[in-house]
Design a protein around this ligand. Structure first.
Ligand code: PD2
Ligand code: ZN
Length: 292
């Protein structure tokens, strides 16, 4: 039977956030070789349920985390992102469209050119297709995890193009390239959404220690939009009342860990349902320390 390693932990938490149902996640784990009871226990844990209170909603767990953290305790210190209306990011000038101080959110235009967005999508479409191949040994689709999440990871500096992206983003976020996780590409079809979640690993959840063992906590995120979404698909911050439209080449930055290692619960965020067309994004998560 497989074990719930760091990659399964990531799969569990991202699929909870993306709004997958409990049953579909248990099914996926059983198909991947887990015993039904073990799969059920892991999925329930990922939804923040004790065995005693199965039936509680994940929304209740998120709400409890918000109440516990208390937004008033987070001290807003200076963001590492440069001031000004235009930021020189490695090889490109990036325009600032909006800044919010509480939570720290910045909206950028033209982080990637239209051609660069197209290139990222075309490279990734190919990998998405490949991810549905059948394992010749078992005859099963052993990549069911990738398919369910529709996510693709690139290794940092994997080739010259990815390295250019990594360097530009690191320069824009003003955080060391070595502290970045590999770029992740996500594809949503119509009605696809990403339910509100935190990108940091909640310190009071047992699984978080697995994630923070290497590189420490996540400190900030940059979500780059690779296409214009005709309708819906905004990135929303429900506690702050902020909604960012998905515009090709644009991006939203948010920072949730300050210099005192506090975490900002106002950065609860999600991807609103895509109401027309599809949506491609590229995400960079930065860590406290060197990662990978
Ligand atoms: O697709 C988005 O807008 C979105 C929303 C929330 C992406 C993420 N989170 C993420 O990649 O963490
Ligand atoms: Zn997120």
């Amino acid at each position: 039977m497989p074990v719930v390693d760091a990659s399964w932990q990531e799969w569990l938490s991202s699929n909870v956030a993306r709004g997958c149902s409990i049953d579909s996640m248990i099914d996926a784990m059983v198909q991947a070789g887990f015993a039904t009871e073990a799969a059920r226990a892991e999925v329930h844990k990922a939804f923040g349920m004790n065995p005693a209170d199965v039936g509680n909603s994940p929304a209740a767990a998120t709400e409890a985390a918000l109440v516990k953290a208390g937004p008033q305790t987070y001290q807003y210190d200076a963001s590492p992102v440069a001031r000004g209306n235009v930021i020189r990011a490695h090889d490109r000038d990036v325009r600032v469209l909006m800044r919010s101080e509480r939570p720290q959110v910045i909206v950028f235009a033209d982080v990637l050119s239209p051609d660069e967005c197209n290139e990222m999508i075309e490279r990734s479409r190919h990998r998405l297709k490949r991810s549905t191949t059948v394992n010749p040994d078992t005859g099963k689709e052993d990549v069911i995890r990738n398919r369910t999440s529709e996510g693709i990871w690139y290794q940092r500096g994997e080739d010259a193009f990815i390295e250019k992206m990594d360097r530009r983003i690191s320069s824009l976020m003003n955080w060391p390239v070595e502290n970045g996780e590999g770029l992740q590409i996500l594809h949503y079809g119509t009605s696809g959404e990403y339910r509100p979640h935190f990108d940091y690993f909640p310190p009071d959840q047992a699984g978080s220690a697995v994630h923070t063992a290497q590189g420490g906590q996540r400190v900030a995120t940059l979500v780059i939009y690779l296409n214009d979404v005709p309708d819906g698909g905004e990135t929303i911050f429900p506690e702050a009342g902020i909604s960012v439209a998905a515009v090709k080449g644009g991006a939203v930055y948010f920072r949730y860990m300050n210099g005192q290692h506090q975490l900002d619960p106002l950065t609860l965020h999600g991807g609103a349902p895509v109401l027309g067309g599809d949506k491609w994004i590229m995400t960079k998560w930065m860590r406290e320390r060197a990662y990978g």
